[in-house]
Design a protein around this ligand. Structure first.
Ligand code: GLU
Length: 328
């Protein structure tokens, strides 16, 4: 077997973070350039040929269209290169689920594309970065990783982009999958898939857009004011996502404001501020008569990405939108 060739696209985050001391609490994300990270990885004895490109050196709270656009074109180029077997994106954990989902929806499910991050900076005691990186290389090099869509590797778990959620602010085990658990488990020396790939040769669900339309998230809370809705529309929002209570509920004045927005032709997706569980249609809110879309298993931040891509593709019919949210 020939040695796999893996392209590393670095964006920053804690995996490239530095504290300047092994025991300090504060640190800065995105300090270590990819060349230095690859020099560190050489000491691991990884059986792959790695080359790297610095896309950005930022904390992922600052990632946005400019970085995503460059990242997408580098991934497309690597996937089209017969000499490249897989792609790894090193990324901060704060928005890894959003970047992973955006890429998953806009790339064909061919060669493995794996996001990887870390919860502890490179120079911290018990840093998880190099282990997660070695795990990601193992996944990206594995022929069984083809046809699974974009994945996130963290803490020995392999999560599908559509399922990955950051659920802890500081634990090393900061991600979980919902509604599905991991696709498999990986360590630097082992790799176990739990099922065969489900998306072999599946084309991209959405074309890469010219830009992403403005979609805002409205956070519901007890006794919250509803005039924020009109303010967001007048600021130019082309769609809204409700981070609702429970199954996407909200106080009556807020729901009324959102219904008026739908009547004016601006789509509204009802999601939940609760970390786990589905938001289904017509439970306490009459989606059929109002025209809301239920987010099903997608949290508000993933719902926002999906709604942005639909709007960019000219999809505005609520039934068609619902079918995209129903899809797994
Ligand atoms: N906030 C930074 C980021 O998301 C650091 C957090 C991390 O990577 O875990 O890039």
């Amino acid at each position: 077997m020939t040695t796999p060739h893996i392209r590393i696209l670095a964006t920053g985050g804690t995996i490239a973070g530095s504290a300047g001391s092994a025991i300090t609490r504060g640190y800065r994300a995105g300090q270590v350039a990819i060349a230095d990270m690859l020099a560190g990885a050489k000491t691991l004895g990884i059986a792959a040929r790695l080359d790297g490109v610095d896309i950005a050196q930022i904390g992922s709270q600052d990632i946005g269209w400019a970085e995503w656009d460059i990242l997408h074109s580098h991934i497309a180029e690597a996937c089209a290169d017969p000499d490249v077997d897989g792609v790894i994106v090193t990324h901060g954990t704060d928005t890894a689920e959003e970047t992973a989902f955006l890429l998953d929806l806009t790339l064909a499910a061919g060669k493995p594309v794996v996001l990887v991050g870390a919860m502890r900076p490179a120079d911290a005691v018990g840093s998880d970065g190099l282990r997660n990186f070695a795990n990601a290389v193992r996944v990206a090099s594995d022929p069984g990783a083809h046809g699974r869509g974009v994945m996130l590797v963290m803490g020995d778990s392999i999560l599908a982009a559509s399922d990955a959620r950051k659920w802890a602010t500081a634990n090393v085990d900061a991600f979980k999958g919902y509604p599905r658990g991991p696709l498999g488990l990986v360590t630097p020396t082992t790799l176990d898939w739990f099922a065969p790939p489900a998306r072999i040769r599946s084309p991209a669900r959405f074309a890469w857009p010219e830009c992403l339309p403005r979609v805002e998230i409205v956070y519901a809370a007890a006794d919250v004011e509803s005039d924020i809705v009109d303010a967001l529309i007048s600021l130019g929002a082309k769609g809204l996502v409700l981070a609702g209570m429970g199954q996407g509920n909200a106080p009556k004045p807020l729901l009324s404001a959102l219904s008026r927005v739908v009547q004016a032709g601006v789509p509204v997706v009802r999601a939940s501020r609760v970390d786990e569980g589905s938001v289904d249609r017509n439970v306490e809110v009459d989606d059929d008569s109002v025209g809301f879309v239920a987010s099903r298993s997608y949290n508000p931040q993933k719902s926002r990405i999906l709604l942005q891509l639909m709007l960019a593709s000219g999809i505005t019919d609520p039934a068609r939108m619902q079918s995209e949210f129903d899809r797994r």
